[in-house]
Design a binder for this molecule. Structure first.
Ligand code: ADP
Ligand code: MG
Length: 479
């Protein structure tokens, strides 16, 4: 008997010590000093509270804190039972048994009276909400248009996309935790990270999914420090089942933010919650990031998004076009796909500009218009034609299939088209000789150099050849 008594009192005292550090002295005095620990049995701690209202207040405001301290003191099986003193008959306390929330899913063990439980989210200040406003559910902040269905698959994103699907089916339950999606601007990091969140929400609506940009996270943290609500801040993030943080490179050099993120990360990871991160750099290149955080990033999977290949670019254009309900002529789509090879955002931007201009000016979208628009509105990138575009124009001109350029064929007309493509690629792009060679069936830089010299020589000696070159140059030059 003594043993048991000492146990529950000692346990409750330990709980109080933690609780004391997490709430104001006034709140502690009001809501916790009146509590009397009654017993501990089978991992269930029973505490006596003075009234039903008191019980409700604790549930509404302190359930998460209680949950954490109970689990810490008793273990993951730990539950809390309230014994409520009835106002009329103090001797006849009715025990209400309350299982502490696990994974955001509160349930009540068989008890004589069932009491609806709060979600446990109310008592924590939600950093997304203007103070004073009450918020029950946590908004995901997901962007509905960025779905997995809308995310075109290509060589450039296969691994990242596949891991996204895996996570969507089993958040927290795959080896991809955290998933770090990295790649340059406009390659689809935000889209994919969002899409994972949307897919999880669709399959498991009761999961708390949160998308947040790291900049916002950092600002919320600073505000929390100012307002002395860092505990709330941390607790809020610890409640999330699927935390998606976009552009974590922003944390570089911000030690305090990294520290707080580290502790949130550990809590979530230990509890089997899913973490999805994006970064514009590979983990090894993330300067100014604490080593312990970097090593955590590597626990799961780092998947890169690379520059989209031609097929993906065309597929993206088709997808977006169908989405807008406007069909563009094939040559325009090809032109866009061939000439904008930096990232998908640029492709999208060019397409949108084109559609907008066309509808404003009521002009048909011709290749001519496309060229003008791209030249005017798309960043410098479009001013430089791509190797692929050059190859296409040259092949169209000589009526050859583009695959021939990349083959080993030594047929005269193919060799000539290949050499001309190399010549224009050297002249009009910033590509290295090696890269140009790689685009022409894996030739080395010496072969490219030789091709360029041959073209120059021929244009000086062969009139017909010179005409070809001038024609092609006109076609390739954007006006
Ligand atoms: P990042 O976050 O890497 O800078 P975003 O995710 O914002 O890039 O993507 C830029 C634009 O390109 C978005 O409008 C997005 O929908 C689109 N996009 C990127 N990748 C794809 C893809 N694989 N399929 C369809 N659209 C894509
Ligand atoms: Mg982004």
């Amino acid at each position: 008997m003594n043993m048991i008594n000492k146990d529950h009192e000692g346990t409750w005292e330990n709980c109080l010590n933690v609780i004391k550090d997490n709430i104001s002295a006034q709140a502690f005095k009001t809501w916790f000093t009146p509590i009397i620990p009654v017993k501990i049995e089978n991992s269930t701690l029973t505490i006596q509270v003075p009234s039903h209202f008191f019980y409700e207040w604790l549930e509404e405001h302190y359930i998460n804190l209680l949950s954490r301290v109970i689990k810490k003191e008793i273990g993951s099986e730990g539950t809390l039972e309230y014994s409520i003193l009835m106002e009329s008959n103090h001797k006849n306390a009715i025990p209400y048994t309350v299982k502490l929330p696990t994974q955001n899913n509160n349930s009540i063990r068989n008890s004589p009276v069932s009491i609806p439980l709060n979600n446990g989210e109310k008592q924590i200040r939600n950093p997304f909400i203007i103070p004073g406003l009450k918020k029950i559910n946590i908004e995901s902040n997901l962007m509905p248009q960025f779905t997995l269905d809308n995310f075109v698959e290509g060589e450039c994103n296969r691994l990242a996309r596949a891991s996204g699907y895996a996570i969507a089916n089993k958040p927290g339950g795959t080896a991809f935790n955290p998933l770090l999606i990295y790649g340059g601007v406009g390659l689809g990091k935000t889209h994919l990270a969002n899409a994972i969140g949307i897919a999880i929400k669709e399959k498991q609506p009761n999961k708390t999914v949160l998308y947040v940009q790291s900049e916002k996270f950092a600002h919320q943290f600073i505000d929390a420090i100012k307002n002395q609500t860092t505990n709330d801040f941390v607790h809020f993030y610890q409640m999330i089942d699927v935390l998606i943080i976009d552009d974590v490179q922003f944390f570089a050099g911000k030690e305090k933010t990294q520290d707080v993120f580290f502790s949130i990360f550990n809590h979530l990871h230990q509890n089997g919650k899913q973490i999805v991160l994006t970064s514009d750099k590979a983990p090894v290149e993330l300067q100014g990031m604490e080593q312990r955080l970097l090593s955590r990033f590597k626990w799961g999977l780092s998947a890169d998004l690379s520059v989209p290949d031609l097929e993906t670019r065309i597929a993206v254009l088709h997808k977006k076009m169908h989405g807008s309900g406007i069909e563009l002529p094939k040559e325009v789509v090809e032109y866009l796909a061939y000439s904008i090879n930096t990232n998908i955002r640029e492709i999208e931007g060019a397409l949108n500009t084109l559609l907008a201009q066309a509808s404003l000016n009521k002009k048909a979208i011709t290749l001519e218009l496309a060229k003008q628009m791209v030249d005017k509105f798309v960043k410098n990138t479009a001013r430089e034609v791509s190797i692929e575009y050059i190859q296409k124009v040259v092949c169209d001109y000589f009526d050859l299939p583009i695959e021939m350029l990349k083959s080993k064929t030594r047929k005269r007309e193919v060799v000539q088209a290949r050499q001309i493509s190399m010549y224009f690629s050297k002249k009009m792009t910033k590509s290295s000789l090696a890269n140009i060679g790689a685009h022409c069936g894996g030739k080395d830089h010496a072969t490219v150099l030789h091709a360029c010299r041959t073209v120059v020589n021929l244009s000086e000696t062969d009139k017909q050849f010179k005409v070809y070159l001038e024609d092609l140059e006109k076609k390739l030059t954007l006006q």
